[in-house]
Structure formats: C-alpha cells, structure tokens
Design a protein around this ligand. Structure first.
Ligand SMILES: Nc1ncnc2c1ncn2[C@@H]1O[C@H](COP(=O)(O)OP(=O)(O)OP(=O)(O)O)[C@@H](O)[C@H]1O
Ligand SMILES: [Mg+2]
Length: 315
C-alpha cells in the first residue's frame, strides 16, 4: 500500500502555564495502522490526542488530519470517531434510544447512520434494547463504540479505551478494535497497558514526560529488548547449545521452555542453530514482551534526561 498519512503530528509542544505536557512530539499514522501511544501517567497522551481533535490549541507545531491542518471546526473531524472523554449516556433510556438521540442531536437523520454496521461491531446483541443503567462498564464502553461508528469514521481516536474494565471486558474491547481494523479503519489509541498495546497495535510510540522515547513496529520494540522464549523437544540440550553461541548472553529454564537473552537481537540465528542441531522447535517468540522493552526504554530515557539536566543545570 502506498503511504497515506491519516495523522501527522509535527514538532508539537503544549504547555499549560508552567507545566510542559508535550515537548517536540512528531509522529505519523498511516492508513490501516493501529497505532498505540504508550506511556505512564502524565506522559502527555491525552493532551496530544486533544490537540489532534482540535480541543486544545498547540503551543508550537502542527497536527494534521487527512493532510489538512487541524483547527477547532476542521471539516476533517467529521471523518474521525473520537473517544477522548468518558462516553455519557442517559441511564433510563435504552442503548438504542441513546444512539438515536445522540445521532439526531447532531442534526443528522437516522437513515444516514450506519446503525447495522455499528451494532454488528459493538456486539451488544439484544442488550441494545435494555436501559443503559443495567449495563456493565464494558457494555457501556461498547455502546460508546457503536456511537462512534454510526458516522462510518475512517479514523478512530481512543484515549485509554479499556480504562476501568475488568480482564474479560478488556478482551472484548481488544477484539472489537481488531474487528474494526480488519474492516479497514485506522486506529490511534493510548494506553498504559503494555500487553494491550502489544496485542492490538501494529505500531507503538512510547512517550514519557511529554517526550517521545521510542517508536516503531511492536516487533521492533520487543526485539530491542532482546529476550526470546523458546520451546523445544529437549530443553537441556538446547540450553547447552544456545549458551555456547556468541550472540547469546544468557539462557534460563522457564516453565516448559527457555528464555534466551540475546546480545544483538538476531532471533533467526537461534531458530537456525536449534533446527540445525536436530532439535524440534515448537515455539519461538519474544518474551515478557513490551513490558520489559518499555521499562528498559523508560529507564534509559530517564537516565539520559537526568544526565542532560545535570549538564545544563546552572552552576
Ligand atoms: N488543562 C490542563 N491544565 C494544566 N495542566 C494540564 C492540563 N492538561 C494536562 N495537564 C498536565 O499535562 C501533563 C500531561 O497530561 P496528560 O493528561 O496529557 O497525560 P496522560 O499521558 O494522558 O496521563 P494519564 O495516563 O494519567 O491519562 C500532566 O502533567 C498534566 O497534569
Ligand atoms: Mg490521559
């Protein structure tokens, strides 16, 4: 697919008085990507998404949607379904009634909404006719998705879409995002949940204290951590073979397999060596996954920053 930038953030700064929420942030989301902004509390995720949605004005830099610079009443915003605030519903009305009210309040006619598609993806089934006050948190979140989808958005902007949900509900929202993506939507979401970003996103940007710390495909970042989980038919022999490889720093037995720490992140060498030694390779995958990579990346960023701060601190 030729590149088709849907979101372009370029040199974005946002300060609130003394507080610097976003510092020199740049990234691009191409059509079809599921792009995750990953960072701890106060990293600047919500602020970045609010600027993109024209809800905050950048202090410096630009945000573009579909190639056009975002201004508060930007026409391009009509092509976006955004959930950057808690979705609110009228509790004593049904899910369906809430959808209709909300859509018609926007001045549009129900027959122009993609009600069928929205309901199919949100997966509320018969519950759509129940009062919203009987909904679980996860069902409310899915109703929120249905509402976004009425307008057939090309881009979904989701700020912490699984916040406050239990593990089962998180799984449902994750599946829902995957369904959306397979229907061709581009998704930009934020999260603190590393495992979630890892499972849902194709691309990830790690940010901390307003700054980009790392970005790339999820497998790039995971690969950067250099930890691989391997299952073979003979664990002990595999451990001996791998330990002798120059590219391997350490091999430990874990569960049914081995965790291999690489020096240079070349996973393919491991597979080739094991198979070449006549072992049967059952599983090979990055381990601890983004969690490890993320923590390492943040720690490295903090160390670098404190060195810079010391260097620039007035004597
Ligand atoms: N309207 C505002 N006025 C003052 N400071 C703000 C405002 N909005 C955000 N901030 C500050 O900007 C920084 C970034 O906040 P932001 O909400 O963007 O982070 P976040 O990554 O979304 O965090 P969280 O994971 O907690 O949602 C924080 O220090 C926050 O206190
Ligand atoms: Mg936030």
């Amino acid at each position: 697919m030729p590149p088709d930038p849907i979101v372009e953030i370029d040199g974005l700064w946002k300060t609130f008085g003394e507080v610097s929420a976003v510092e020199d942030l740049s990234f691009t989301v191409q059509r079809g990507q599921v792009y995750g902004l990953l960072g701890p509390n106060g990293a600047g995720k919500t602020t970045s998404l609010r600027v993109l949605m024209g809800l905050e004005r950048p202090t410096r830099g630009t945000a573009r949607l579909f190639g056009e610079r975002v201004v508060p009443s930007s026409r391009q915003l009509a092509r976006v379904g955004a959930m950057v605030e808690q979705a609110a519903f009228v509790p004593h009305l049904s899910g369906m009634r809430n959808l209709r009210l909300w859509w018609e309040a926007g001045g549009a006619r129900m027959k122009d909404a993609d009600l069928e598609g929205a309901l199919a993806i949100a997966g509320l089934d018969d519950a759509i006719n129940r009062k919203v006050k009987t909904y679980s948190q996860g069902m409310k979140q899915r109703l929120g998705f249905a509402r976004l989808l009425l307008g057939r958005p090309e881009l979904l902007v989701l700020d912490e879409p699984t916040n406050g949900l239990d593990p089962g509900e998180i799984r449902e929202i994750r599946d829902l995002i995957t369904r959306l993506s397979s229907h061709g939507a581009t998704v930009l979401l934020s999260s603190h949940h590393l495992s979630e970003v890892e499972q849902v996103c194709s691309h990830v940007l790690v940010m901390n204290r307003g700054r980009l710390v790392a970005d790339g495909t999820v497998s790039d970042l995971v690969g950067a951590a250099g930890l691989v989980y391997v299952e073979v038919d003979d664990r002990e022999r595999a451990q001996a073979i791998l330990s002798s490889l120059p590219s391997v720093a350490k091999v430990q037995i874990q569960g049914d397999g081995l965790v291999v720490e690489l020096r240079d992140g070349q996973r393919s060498d491991i597979a080739a060596t094991l198979v070449g030694s006549g072992l049967r390779l059952q599983t090979i995958m990055p381990t601890q996954q983004l969690e490890e990579a993320f923590l390492e990346i943040l720690a490295a960023g903090d160390a670098a920053r404190s060195r810079t701060e010391q260097a620039v601190a007035p004597a």
